[in-house]
Design a protein around this ligand. Structure first.
Ligand SMILES: [Fe+2]
Ligand SMILES: [Fe+2]
Length: 230
């Protein structure tokens, strides 16, 4: 492993550490918000557990960052991500769909892809531990969306999906990404081109069909995707 590769792997795991911490904060906040307007919902309890999962993931990722030589620091302050024009309950729905239906679903696809590769034993252990939980975190989003869709028309989300995509994944997909380097796969770093391909496929095959079952039109999201990928 070259020094550059080591640095890229360390930065990737430090970045994931921050993302996991942010997810923990977000789930704690969403649990409180949902319990205020839907006392019978099972989601708040699930989200509290998910927040604990994310803290555990953060520790695992920080451990790998340290192995590759970087101390993962800098806890980002997480702010609500919904646009201001959405009121309380719709804003929560926006955030749950972005965080769970999109981000967690994409995360599962990425982890599954990495686990199909030959990865370092220490990395594999972390990937497996995280993948198990993220599947459940994605389901929380669909469960909340189903509860809300049973009460009111959620089709307004359609025009917001591009903003969600920009807000949740653009940073990880289109940064000044390191060049494609297959050697980094075994350290848990996907080549950016591969990452974008997985993202596009998961969006088209899992996320959009899932949203469409709730009457959320996929056209704006598909336009967003085709303007950026391929
Ligand atoms: Fe996580
Ligand atoms: Fe998660």
């Amino acid at each position: 492993m070259t020094e550059t590769q080591r640095r890229i792997a360390a930065e990737a795991w430090a970045f994931r550490t921050r993302v996991e911490h942010e997810a923990a904060d977000r789930f704690t906040r969403l649990a409180t918000a949902i319990s205020r307007f839907d006392a019978a919902s099972p989601l708040p309890a699930m989200m509290q557990r998910a927040a604990e999962d994310e803290q555990r993931h953060a520790a695992l990722c920080a451990g790998l960052a340290a192995i590759y030589g970087t101390a993962a620091t800098g806890l980002a302050k997480v702010v609500p991500i919904a646009p201001r024009s959405l009121e309380g309950r719709a804003a929560v729905l926006y955030e749950v769909v972005a965080a769970c239906c999109i981000t967690e679903t994409e995360s599962v696809a990425t982890l599954t892809t990495l686990l199909a590769e030959e990865v370092e034993p220490a990395v594999e252990k972390v990937l497996r531990a995280i993948a198990r939980d993220e599947v459940a975190h994605g389901r929380m989003g669909w469960a909340h969306l189903a509860r809300e869709a049973a009460r009111y028309d959620v089709s307004f989300l359609s025009s917001w999906i591009p903003a969600m995509l920009s807000g949740t994944v653009e940073e990880t997909l289109f940064p000044e990404a390191p060049p494609d380097d297959r050697d980094l796969l075994r350290h848990g770093v996907l080549p950016p081109s591969r990452k974008r391909a997985i993202f596009a496929r998961t969006l088209e095959e899992v996320v959009m069909p899932g949203l469409e079952t709730f009457g959320i039109d996929g056209a704006p999201a598909r336009a967003w995707l085709s303007a950026r990928i391929r």
